[in-house]
Write a protein that binds this ligand. Sequence first.
Ligand SMILES: Nc1ncnc2c1ncn2[C@@H]1O[C@H](COP(=O)(O)OP(=O)(O)OP(=O)(O)O)[C@@H](O)[C@H]1O
Ligand SMILES: [Mg+2]
Length: 538
Amino acid sequence: MGYLDDLMHRSKEKAGAAALPKPIRQQPPAPAAAQEAPAAAVQKPKPHLEEISPPALAEPTAPEGAVLVSESGVGRIYKTKKGKFIYSVPVPRPSGPEREILDTVKEAATRLITVTPEEIADVKERRAFFKKRILEIIDSSPELGIAPSKIDFYADTIVREMIGYGPLDLLLVDDQLEEIMVIAPNKPVYVFHRHYEMMPTNVVFGRDDDIRGIIDRIARDVGRRIDVKDPLLDARLPDGSRVNATIPPISLEGSTITIRKFRQDPFTVVDLVKFGTINSELAAFMWVATEGMKAKPANVVVSGGTGSGKTTTLNTLAAFIPDGERIITMEDTAEIKLPVKHWIRFETRPPGIEGTGEVTMDTLVKNSLRMRPDRVIVGEVRGKEAFTLFTAMNTGHDGSMGTVHANDARETIVRLTSPPMSVPQLMLAALNLIIVQKRIHDRRKGTIRRVTEVAEVTGVLEDNPQVIYLYEWDAATDTIKPTGVPSKYLQELSKYTGMSYAEIQAEIQRRKEFIERMVMDGVSGIDAVSARIQGFFG
Ligand SMILES: Nc1ncnc2c1ncn2[C@@H]1O[C@H](COP(=O)(O)OP(=O)(O)OP(=O)(O)O)[C@@H](O)[C@H]1O
Ligand SMILES: [Mg+2]
């Protein structure tokens, strides 16, 4: 008996010989959801990405009485009678016997295809190659009894499982999703949607092994391992998304995966103004500060809580850096995306499987200072690198930037000056601006992100850093207002440039109007916005 025959034999014994695949039906998450969709709710999905073959997928169905409210990526968002949202992708949940066949072919493919996915760098080519080989395997195995109409379904599912991230691939293609969360087997995968916020999907992993399979793939791709001794994993997917994974026993209900989706086209200053995160005046002030009127760019820290949008705002600021400057960015997970040419990106490296080879943020920052940078940007300042970064700021590396995890300007200072960052208070004077951003739940507007404070450290008096506030957010009116306190940084800039304070204010006004024009013109995408910004100088 051949290898495949042998496997099939065993699989049929387990599944029962008569257990041929049944037509796939969508299984939405709620029990009430197992009904057919109302006819009106079933429409053709939006154009699919090339790598996902629509014919192989079942149509998503809606829970009874639910209405289709939006299409997003390859998914559809339904609102149930109770007003809850559900994200439904056309992913089939294979029946038991189908699962057996999938496993059989997958096992055969794993043995027979000797090329590792990593050997084919182009993702599309990789998928095409694997699909072709899997079709060959299915083709030469009539004993599987796969109906011709089902061949694509099996091949695509196996490709997704072997070289993709299984059904998560269908969620990963949607740029409207901020986060994708696998919480345990037999529970819906959740997503956080930009407009509809947190909701369950119809994707459910039936076995913890299926989640583990994806985690192991992610770990292998980044040369790491996850096991009982080391049950946590931080990694990055090839598309740039950040992943955290955990396995039992530390996650009690089963393995978890949390993906912070990477936006292929990052938000720009135009988006932030449109969202109300900043207004055009603050945007113009930030532009003058990061650009520095070609004389003295500000050293800036963006602070905020988890998911408040720090990295996004940092990216927006960095996009104001004049083209031609030499930018070095350092991150734990590369998220910054700049439209400039002269840019060197670094990523820290955790210890490898043998516990060696770690490259810390501090090492990277020290190294960057030997690279004649114009700008040093640290994705997240957390540890010893804070001291190195502040030493750089204090020795003339103007225009350095980073983010800090803190809830307001004062807390930012406390964090920076306490272990493990331990920046001496005297060094704080080199920090020009603290931009504080918050993620806020607004009763009417839902989740909003706002810059709530823009502060300056004016000096240190008897061990007490002196902070002044230039802008403050007013919750009652949801507006960010200048406090009227004159900016120490702008006064300094006035000395460096020979311009009067009023002239600098006039420049901010000019740029404010320029940004408003971009918003009005609907300029979108980082390339277009950056082209306009760089074009401002003529
Ligand atoms: N101003 C904004 N308005 C709306 N959505 C935003 C805004 N800024 C960021 N986001 C979205 O919020 C999510 C988190 O953003 P980001 O990664 O910038 O936050 P963060 O504070 O750096 O998070 P972390 O603490 O995890 O590093 C992303 O999906 C991003 O697209
Ligand atoms: Mg971040």
